[in-house]
Design a protein around this ligand. Structure first.
Ligand SMILES: [Ca+2]
Length: 360
Protein backbone atom coordinates (compact mmCIF):
# COMPACT_ATOMS: atom_id res chain seq x y z
CA UNK A 1 0.00 0.00 0.00
CA UNK A 2 2.84 2.38 0.88
CA UNK A 3 4.31 1.95 -2.57
CA UNK A 4 1.15 3.39 -4.00
CA UNK A 5 1.91 6.65 -2.25
CA UNK A 6 5.04 6.97 -4.33
CA UNK A 7 3.18 6.78 -7.62
CA UNK A 8 0.72 9.43 -6.71
CA UNK A 9 0.76 11.06 -10.14
CA UNK A 10 0.76 7.85 -12.10
CA UNK A 11 -2.92 8.09 -12.87
CA UNK A 12 -6.35 7.99 -11.37
CA UNK A 13 -6.17 4.39 -10.20
CA UNK A 14 -2.92 5.02 -8.37
CA UNK A 15 -4.44 8.12 -6.87
CA UNK A 16 -7.42 6.18 -5.68
CA UNK A 17 -5.24 3.71 -3.84
CA UNK A 18 -3.42 6.60 -2.18
CA UNK A 19 -6.74 8.13 -1.30
CA UNK A 20 -7.85 4.95 0.39
CA UNK A 21 -4.56 4.61 2.25
CA UNK A 22 -4.76 8.22 3.33
CA UNK A 23 -8.23 7.73 4.62
CA UNK A 24 -6.97 4.75 6.58
CA UNK A 25 -4.30 6.95 8.13
CA UNK A 26 -6.66 9.71 9.02
CA UNK A 27 -8.90 7.14 10.59
CA UNK A 28 -5.97 5.78 12.54
CA UNK A 29 -5.11 9.21 13.85
CA UNK A 30 -8.62 10.01 14.91
CA UNK A 31 -9.33 6.55 16.18
CA UNK A 32 -6.06 5.17 17.53
CA UNK A 33 -6.26 1.41 17.56
CA UNK A 34 -8.09 0.41 20.67
CA UNK A 35 -10.30 3.47 20.83
CA UNK A 36 -13.99 3.00 20.23
CA UNK A 37 -16.97 5.14 20.83
CA UNK A 38 -18.93 4.80 24.02
CA UNK A 39 -21.48 2.05 24.32
CA UNK A 40 -23.83 4.44 26.06
CA UNK A 41 -27.07 4.60 24.10
CA UNK A 42 -27.01 7.64 21.85
CA UNK A 43 -29.05 10.68 22.65
CA UNK A 44 -32.50 10.48 21.13
CA UNK A 45 -32.88 13.29 18.65
CA UNK A 46 -35.56 11.69 16.51
CA UNK A 47 -38.09 9.82 18.61
CA UNK A 48 -38.98 6.45 17.21
CA UNK A 49 -41.04 3.61 18.50
CA UNK A 50 -38.69 0.89 19.61
CA UNK A 51 -41.15 -1.68 18.40
CA UNK A 52 -41.43 -0.11 14.95
CA UNK A 53 -40.03 -2.75 12.64
CA UNK A 54 -37.77 -4.04 15.38
CA UNK A 55 -37.65 -7.37 17.20
CA UNK A 56 -36.67 -7.85 20.84
CA UNK A 57 -33.90 -10.41 21.21
CA UNK A 58 -33.87 -11.95 24.68
CA UNK A 59 -30.87 -11.44 26.90
CA UNK A 60 -28.87 -14.41 28.12
CA UNK A 61 -26.02 -16.73 27.28
CA UNK A 62 -25.37 -17.64 23.64
CA UNK A 63 -22.75 -19.52 21.66
CA UNK A 64 -21.20 -17.58 18.79
CA UNK A 65 -18.27 -18.32 16.48
CA UNK A 66 -17.81 -21.75 14.95
CA UNK A 67 -15.66 -24.87 14.95
CA UNK A 68 -16.95 -25.85 11.51
CA UNK A 69 -14.56 -26.52 8.66
CA UNK A 70 -16.55 -23.93 6.72
CA UNK A 71 -15.25 -21.23 9.07
CA UNK A 72 -12.31 -18.91 8.42
CA UNK A 73 -9.72 -18.58 11.24
CA UNK A 74 -11.20 -15.29 12.47
CA UNK A 75 -14.58 -16.91 13.23
CA UNK A 76 -13.10 -19.71 15.35
CA UNK A 77 -13.63 -21.16 17.85
CA UNK A 78 -17.22 -21.40 19.06
CA UNK A 79 -17.43 -19.65 22.44
CA UNK A 80 -19.98 -18.34 24.88
CA UNK A 81 -21.05 -14.75 25.46
CA UNK A 82 -23.79 -13.13 27.51
CA UNK A 83 -25.78 -10.12 26.31
CA UNK A 84 -28.56 -7.94 27.63
CA UNK A 85 -31.81 -8.00 25.70
CA UNK A 86 -31.90 -5.64 22.74
CA UNK A 87 -34.16 -4.53 19.92
CA UNK A 88 -32.90 -4.98 16.37
CA UNK A 89 -34.22 -3.70 13.03
CA UNK A 90 -35.91 -6.46 11.08
CA UNK A 91 -34.40 -5.11 7.84
CA UNK A 92 -31.31 -3.32 6.67
CA UNK A 93 -31.73 0.48 6.61
CA UNK A 94 -33.36 1.30 3.27
CA UNK A 95 -32.77 4.15 0.84
CA UNK A 96 -36.16 5.57 1.84
CA UNK A 97 -35.18 5.58 5.53
CA UNK A 98 -31.77 7.06 4.84
CA UNK A 99 -33.38 9.78 2.69
CA UNK A 100 -35.54 10.80 5.67
CA UNK A 101 -32.36 11.21 7.68
CA UNK A 102 -30.50 13.32 5.11
CA UNK A 103 -33.58 15.46 4.42
CA UNK A 104 -34.07 16.15 8.12
CA UNK A 105 -30.44 16.86 8.90
CA UNK A 106 -28.70 17.89 5.66
CA UNK A 107 -26.16 15.19 6.40
CA UNK A 108 -23.54 14.64 3.68
CA UNK A 109 -22.03 11.17 3.49
CA UNK A 110 -18.32 10.41 3.29
CA UNK A 111 -18.58 9.33 -0.35
CA UNK A 112 -20.17 12.67 -1.28
CA UNK A 113 -17.21 14.70 -0.01
CA UNK A 114 -14.11 15.37 -2.12
CA UNK A 115 -10.77 15.13 -0.30
CA UNK A 116 -8.62 18.28 -0.21
CA UNK A 117 -5.02 18.52 -1.50
CA UNK A 118 -3.92 19.60 1.97
CA UNK A 119 -5.61 16.61 3.57
CA UNK A 120 -3.80 14.25 1.23
CA UNK A 121 -0.38 15.92 1.38
CA UNK A 122 -0.44 16.09 5.17
CA UNK A 123 -0.61 12.33 5.19
CA UNK A 124 1.86 11.64 2.36
CA UNK A 125 5.64 11.12 2.55
CA UNK A 126 7.72 14.34 2.34
CA UNK A 127 8.29 15.45 -1.22
CA UNK A 128 5.18 13.80 -2.60
CA UNK A 129 3.96 15.92 -5.50
CA UNK A 130 0.40 17.27 -5.27
CA UNK A 131 -2.16 14.97 -6.87
CA UNK A 132 -3.74 16.17 -10.13
CA UNK A 133 -6.68 18.41 -9.32
CA UNK A 134 -9.05 16.41 -11.48
CA UNK A 135 -8.39 13.48 -9.18
CA UNK A 136 -9.77 15.28 -6.14
CA UNK A 137 -13.34 14.25 -6.59
CA UNK A 138 -15.86 12.52 -4.42
CA UNK A 139 -16.60 8.92 -5.29
CA UNK A 140 -16.77 5.37 -4.12
CA UNK A 141 -15.92 1.81 -5.11
CA UNK A 142 -18.45 0.13 -7.39
CA UNK A 143 -18.53 -3.57 -8.19
CA UNK A 144 -18.09 -4.18 -11.91
CA UNK A 145 -18.36 -7.65 -13.37
CA UNK A 146 -15.24 -8.78 -15.24
CA UNK A 147 -15.27 -10.00 -18.84
CA UNK A 148 -13.84 -13.37 -17.92
CA UNK A 149 -12.25 -15.38 -15.12
CA UNK A 150 -10.11 -13.27 -12.79
CA UNK A 151 -7.37 -13.79 -10.24
CA UNK A 152 -9.48 -13.83 -7.09
CA UNK A 153 -6.67 -12.28 -5.08
CA UNK A 154 -6.73 -9.11 -7.20
CA UNK A 155 -9.90 -7.31 -6.18
CA UNK A 156 -8.96 -4.23 -8.21
CA UNK A 157 -10.24 -6.15 -11.22
CA UNK A 158 -13.84 -5.91 -10.05
CA UNK A 159 -13.80 -2.95 -7.66
CA UNK A 160 -13.73 0.26 -9.71
CA UNK A 161 -13.19 3.66 -8.17
CA UNK A 162 -16.14 5.61 -9.59
CA UNK A 163 -16.26 9.40 -9.29
CA UNK A 164 -19.77 10.49 -8.35
CA UNK A 165 -20.79 7.11 -6.93
CA UNK A 166 -22.54 7.46 -3.59
CA UNK A 167 -25.73 6.30 -1.91
CA UNK A 168 -27.89 8.42 -4.24
CA UNK A 169 -26.04 7.13 -7.33
CA UNK A 170 -25.05 3.56 -6.50
CA UNK A 171 -23.35 2.79 -9.82
CA UNK A 172 -22.14 6.33 -10.53
CA UNK A 173 -23.62 9.65 -11.73
CA UNK A 174 -25.83 8.04 -14.40
CA UNK A 175 -27.56 5.76 -11.88
CA UNK A 176 -30.25 6.70 -9.39
CA UNK A 177 -32.61 5.28 -6.77
CA UNK A 178 -35.66 4.93 -9.02
CA UNK A 179 -37.53 1.83 -7.87
CA UNK A 180 -34.89 1.26 -5.20
CA UNK A 181 -36.58 2.97 -2.24
CA UNK A 182 -36.84 -0.36 -0.44
CA UNK A 183 -33.32 -1.52 -1.29
CA UNK A 184 -30.70 -1.25 1.45
CA UNK A 185 -28.73 1.99 1.39
CA UNK A 186 -25.14 1.39 0.18
CA UNK A 187 -21.90 3.39 -0.09
CA UNK A 188 -22.27 4.35 3.56
CA UNK A 189 -19.16 4.60 5.72
CA UNK A 190 -19.11 3.49 9.35
CA UNK A 191 -19.25 7.16 10.27
CA UNK A 192 -22.38 7.60 8.15
CA UNK A 193 -24.01 4.58 9.76
CA UNK A 194 -23.24 5.87 13.26
CA UNK A 195 -24.65 9.30 12.36
CA UNK A 196 -27.90 7.74 11.13
CA UNK A 197 -28.14 5.52 14.20
CA UNK A 198 -27.72 8.45 16.57
CA UNK A 199 -30.32 10.49 14.72
CA UNK A 200 -32.82 7.65 14.94
CA UNK A 201 -32.18 7.09 18.65
CA UNK A 202 -30.50 3.77 18.02
CA UNK A 203 -26.95 2.45 17.75
CA UNK A 204 -25.00 -0.07 15.71
CA UNK A 205 -25.09 -3.65 17.01
CA UNK A 206 -22.03 -5.19 18.57
CA UNK A 207 -20.68 -8.16 16.63
CA UNK A 208 -21.97 -10.44 19.38
CA UNK A 209 -25.47 -8.96 19.20
CA UNK A 210 -25.44 -9.14 15.42
CA UNK A 211 -24.38 -12.79 15.37
CA UNK A 212 -26.86 -13.82 18.05
CA UNK A 213 -29.62 -12.12 16.08
CA UNK A 214 -28.45 -13.65 12.79
CA UNK A 215 -28.57 -17.17 14.19
CA UNK A 216 -32.28 -16.70 14.81
CA UNK A 217 -32.41 -19.09 17.75
CA UNK A 218 -30.64 -21.94 15.94
CA UNK A 219 -27.70 -23.49 17.76
CA UNK A 220 -24.44 -24.24 15.99
CA UNK A 221 -25.89 -24.22 12.46
CA UNK A 222 -23.78 -23.14 9.52
CA UNK A 223 -26.41 -20.92 7.91
CA UNK A 224 -29.01 -18.50 9.23
CA UNK A 225 -31.69 -20.78 7.74
CA UNK A 226 -30.18 -24.03 9.08
CA UNK A 227 -28.02 -26.75 7.56
CA UNK A 228 -28.65 -26.81 3.83
CA UNK A 229 -25.86 -25.33 1.74
CA UNK A 230 -27.07 -23.05 -1.05
CA UNK A 231 -26.32 -24.02 -4.64
CA UNK A 232 -26.73 -22.32 -8.00
CA UNK A 233 -30.27 -23.63 -8.10
CA UNK A 234 -31.24 -23.63 -4.39
CA UNK A 235 -31.21 -20.08 -3.07
CA UNK A 236 -32.02 -18.76 0.39
CA UNK A 237 -30.55 -15.27 0.23
CA UNK A 238 -29.23 -12.64 -2.14
CA UNK A 239 -25.74 -13.99 -2.81
CA UNK A 240 -23.91 -14.84 -6.05
CA UNK A 241 -24.78 -17.83 -8.23
CA UNK A 242 -22.32 -18.81 -10.96
CA UNK A 243 -18.63 -18.12 -11.40
CA UNK A 244 -17.39 -15.04 -9.56
CA UNK A 245 -16.75 -12.35 -10.75
CA UNK A 246 -17.71 -12.81 -14.39
CA UNK A 247 -20.83 -14.98 -14.61
CA UNK A 248 -23.88 -14.24 -12.47
CA UNK A 249 -26.64 -16.79 -13.07
CA UNK A 250 -29.03 -14.58 -11.12
CA UNK A 251 -31.01 -17.57 -9.83
CA UNK A 252 -31.99 -15.47 -6.82
CA UNK A 253 -33.27 -12.76 -9.16
CA UNK A 254 -30.71 -10.07 -8.37
CA UNK A 255 -27.34 -9.00 -9.72
CA UNK A 256 -26.89 -6.26 -7.11
CA UNK A 257 -28.99 -5.34 -4.06
CA UNK A 258 -32.46 -6.75 -3.57
CA UNK A 259 -35.37 -4.98 -1.89
CA UNK A 260 -35.35 -5.83 1.81
CA UNK A 261 -37.70 -8.72 2.69
CA UNK A 262 -37.16 -10.42 -0.69
CA UNK A 263 -36.16 -13.68 1.01
CA UNK A 264 -37.46 -15.67 3.95
CA UNK A 265 -36.62 -14.21 7.37
CA UNK A 266 -34.65 -16.16 9.96
CA UNK A 267 -36.09 -17.66 13.13
CA UNK A 268 -36.33 -14.25 14.81
CA UNK A 269 -38.14 -12.71 11.84
CA UNK A 270 -35.06 -10.82 10.62
CA UNK A 271 -34.47 -10.38 6.90
CA UNK A 272 -31.20 -10.45 4.94
CA UNK A 273 -29.00 -11.44 7.88
CA UNK A 274 -27.27 -13.43 5.15
CA UNK A 275 -26.30 -11.70 1.92
CA UNK A 276 -27.73 -8.60 0.23
CA UNK A 277 -25.32 -6.11 1.88
CA UNK A 278 -22.59 -6.25 4.50
CA UNK A 279 -23.70 -4.62 7.74
CA UNK A 280 -21.49 -2.38 9.87
CA UNK A 281 -21.14 -3.27 13.55
CA UNK A 282 -20.01 -1.10 16.46
CA UNK A 283 -16.86 -3.11 17.11
CA UNK A 284 -13.36 -2.50 15.89
CA UNK A 285 -12.35 -5.45 13.71
CA UNK A 286 -9.82 -7.71 15.38
CA UNK A 287 -8.89 -10.79 13.41
CA UNK A 288 -7.91 -12.59 16.62
CA UNK A 289 -10.81 -11.48 18.82
CA UNK A 290 -12.66 -14.79 18.82
CA UNK A 291 -9.60 -16.98 19.40
CA UNK A 292 -8.45 -14.77 22.26
CA UNK A 293 -11.89 -14.57 23.84
CA UNK A 294 -12.32 -18.33 23.85
CA UNK A 295 -9.84 -18.64 26.71
CA UNK A 296 -11.68 -16.16 28.91
CA UNK A 297 -14.87 -17.95 29.91
CA UNK A 298 -18.27 -16.40 29.29
CA UNK A 299 -17.89 -12.71 28.47
CA UNK A 300 -20.60 -10.15 29.19
CA UNK A 301 -21.59 -7.84 26.34
CA UNK A 302 -18.32 -8.16 24.43
CA UNK A 303 -17.20 -5.21 22.37
CA UNK A 304 -13.95 -5.44 20.40
CA UNK A 305 -12.01 -2.27 21.11
CA UNK A 306 -8.69 -2.75 19.36
CA UNK A 307 -8.46 -3.19 15.62
CA UNK A 308 -6.15 -5.73 14.04
CA UNK A 309 -6.72 -6.39 10.37
CA UNK A 310 -3.91 -8.35 8.68
CA UNK A 311 -5.21 -7.40 5.24
CA UNK A 312 -5.14 -3.69 6.10
CA UNK A 313 -2.56 -3.40 8.87
CA UNK A 314 -2.59 0.41 8.85
CA UNK A 315 -6.34 0.66 9.12
CA UNK A 316 -8.39 1.02 12.28
CA UNK A 317 -10.93 -1.29 10.69
CA UNK A 318 -14.49 -1.66 11.87
CA UNK A 319 -16.35 -4.95 11.75
CA UNK A 320 -18.95 -5.90 9.19
CA UNK A 321 -21.15 -8.97 9.16
CA UNK A 322 -23.50 -10.95 6.96
CA UNK A 323 -21.88 -10.97 3.54
CA UNK A 324 -23.39 -9.48 0.42
CA UNK A 325 -24.79 -10.13 -3.04
CA UNK A 326 -21.20 -10.84 -4.08
CA UNK A 327 -20.67 -13.82 -1.75
CA UNK A 328 -20.38 -17.35 -3.01
CA UNK A 329 -18.48 -20.38 -1.82
CA UNK A 330 -15.92 -20.13 -4.57
CA UNK A 331 -14.87 -16.64 -3.48
CA UNK A 332 -15.62 -15.96 0.18
CA UNK A 333 -18.68 -17.76 1.61
CA UNK A 334 -18.92 -15.05 4.24
CA UNK A 335 -22.70 -15.03 4.14
CA UNK A 336 -22.67 -17.40 7.15
CA UNK A 337 -23.66 -16.05 10.60
CA UNK A 338 -20.22 -16.47 12.19
CA UNK A 339 -18.28 -14.93 9.28
CA UNK A 340 -16.46 -11.67 9.98
CA UNK A 341 -14.89 -8.90 7.92
CA UNK A 342 -13.16 -5.58 8.50
CA UNK A 343 -13.15 -2.33 6.55
CA UNK A 344 -11.80 1.17 7.14
CA UNK A 345 -14.52 3.22 8.88
CA UNK A 346 -14.45 5.96 6.25
CA UNK A 347 -14.94 3.62 3.33
CA UNK A 348 -18.28 2.81 1.75
CA UNK A 349 -18.74 0.40 -1.13
CA UNK A 350 -21.61 -0.67 -3.35
CA UNK A 351 -22.26 -3.74 -1.20
CA UNK A 352 -22.02 -2.15 2.27
CA UNK A 353 -24.99 -1.07 4.40
CA UNK A 354 -26.16 -1.51 8.00
CA UNK A 355 -29.02 -1.99 10.41
CA UNK A 356 -29.49 -0.64 13.92
CA UNK A 357 -30.26 -1.89 17.42
CA UNK A 358 -31.57 -0.26 20.55
CA UNK A 359 -31.32 -1.15 24.20
CA UNK A 360 -34.70 -1.22 25.98
CA1 LIG B 1 -27.23 -8.53 5.00
Amino acid sequence: MKQNLLILTAGLLAFVMVFVVTRFRIASRENPAGETTSRVAPEVTHPVSATDNMVLIPGGEYTIGTDSELGWPDEKPAHKVRVERFWIDITEVTNAQFAQFTEATGYVTTAEKAPSVEELLAQSPPGTPPPPKESLVAGSLVFTMTDGPADLKDYSQWWKWTPGANWRHPEGPDSNLDDREQHPVVHVSWDDAVAYAKWSGKRLPTEAEWEIAARGGLIDRPYVWGDEAPTDTRVFANIWQGEFPHTNLKTDGFVRTAPVKSFQPNGYGLFDMSGNVWEWCADAYDYNAYSRRAQSGVIDNPLVERSFDPRNPRSASRAQRGGSFLCNDQYCSRYRPSARHGLSPDTGMSHVGFRCVRSP
